[in-house]
Design a protein around this ligand. Structure first.
Ligand code: UDH
Ligand code: MN
Length: 368
């Protein structure tokens, strides 16, 4: 059998990591305190988030480092949008091949070798990734509202995960899946994913400093677009500022924050999250846009062309029809800012599926 060199290389690097992991597990005690790793294990009791019930466990493998991550070191700028990941299975790391540009297979190895899955080795653990040879600065939760777009999810993960790894951040991906056949409610999914991710970060010992809400069908075209929150207490980052579908023109009406948007925990709580009351397509992003301005947060956007995205072509989903109440709802958005959002969220996480590369929350969002 003939392996393509890149795949062989990935295989070798994942085997090497596996062996090293086993070696550390069985090493004498004093070796465990060796320069690169501090190992400790902690069991987390069942825990409850207001209105949401979940169960979680974590084994900790905490690296120690000598140097800060050189965040620019592995970035290219404009990258080819790679749709081929759709053909691969997305639950093994070795099937995720970085969108390679002028890159030898050796270098591909190097990038993946720099990351360790900190947990996520059993079905009870959430996969969080950290660079293992340097001190990361950003800890980021990616939250993807989802239903019935598996093809898009495969393409997105195949494209985005290598970028996140090259950016040398700590990250974890949360897919928030609406179950049942009720109309789609993106706001409730975002809020549910946020609360779950906050709790997961806290339990892992390092809270996420940034929560990025990401449509499943949007692929960044520049890996120099940073998946993180800007510094500053009163800032929200809108990342997807121009989309191929609209010829990269700024969107209508002074621009919303739809598509891909990043909040710190404090900022997201300050706007009370997304509204829960929007059913079907449209409006929730304009609503939160109004909330952001009302709470005097400013929106930071990347300089053109960094915020360019390719949207995977699709039709409107049957269970996500245009919401005829949108205009009225958005007009009255600020009346509901205090009463409709994180503080009255009432959804149920009915199951948590842990895949090696992401966590899938199965969510009952209720009925209109
Ligand atoms: N989403 C799902 N499943 C659904 C509906 C929405 O996963 O059934 C999520 C997904 O992350 C998606 C996001 O919600 O990226 C936004 O929904 P959308 O992609 O339908 O919104 P967009 O504005 O499309 O991209 C509007 C309909 C376009 C019809 C164009 C026909 N030519
Ligand atoms: Mn779309």
């Amino acid at each position: 059998m003939r392996f393509p060199p890149a795949k062989l290389c990935l295989l070798v690097s994942s085997l090497a990591f596996f062996n090293f992991g086993v070696f550390v597990m069985f090493a004498p005690k004093q070796w465990k305190a060796a320069r690169f790793f501090r190992l400790s294990y902690r069991k987390i009791d069942d825990y409850v988030i207001p209105n949401i019930t979940v169960v979680g466990y974590r084994n900790e493998l905490v690296p120690t480092y000598d140097m800060d991550c050189q965040e620019d070191a592995h970035l290219f700028g404009n990258i080819t949008v790679n749709m081929s990941a759709a053909e691969e299975t997305y639950w093994t790391i070795s099937n995720i091949v970085p969108p390679v540009r002028n890159l030898t297979s050796n270098e591909t190895c190097k990038y993946l070798g720099q990351h360790a899955m900190i947990n996520g080795t059993t079905s009870k653990e959430t996969a969080i990734f950290e660079p293992i040879h340097c001190r990361f600065k950003h800890s980021v939760a990616i939250i993807i509202p989802f239903r019935d777009r598996e093809e898009h999810l495969r393409i997105l993960l195949g494209h985005l995960i290598p970028i996140l790894q090259r950016q040398l951040i700590r990250y974890s991906v949360f897919v928030v899946s609406q179950i049942g056949k009720e109309t789609f409610n993106k706001g409730r999914l975002m809020n549910t994913g946020f609360e779950f991710a906050v709790r997961t970060g806290q339990r892992s010992g390092i809270p996420f400093s940034c929560f990025i809400f990401q449509d499943v069908d949007l692929l960044p075209e520049y890996d120099t677009l940073r998946y993180r929150c800007s510094e500053g207490r009163n800032v929200v980052d809108h990342l997807s500022t121009s989309i191929n579908k609209f010829d990269y023109k700024p969107l209508c009406c002074g621009m919303t924050v739809g598509g891909v948007v990043a909040f710190g925990e404090r900022q997201y709580r300050k706007v009370n999250g997304f509204p829960n009351s929007y059913w079907g397509w449209g409006g929730e992003d304009d609503d939160i846009n109004k909330r952001i301005h009302f709470r005097r947060l400013s929106i930071v956007r990347p300089k053109e062309p960094l915020g360019r995205y390719t949207m995977i072509k699709h039709d409107r989903d049957k269970l996500n029809p245009w919401n005829s109440q949108v205009d009225r709802n958005v007009r009255l958005a600020l009346r509901r800012i205090r009463s409709d959002g994180l503080n009255n969220l009432n959804t149920k996480i009915v199951d948590v599926e842990n895949y090696p590369l992401f966590t899938n929350l199965l969510v009952d969002v209720g009925t209109p």
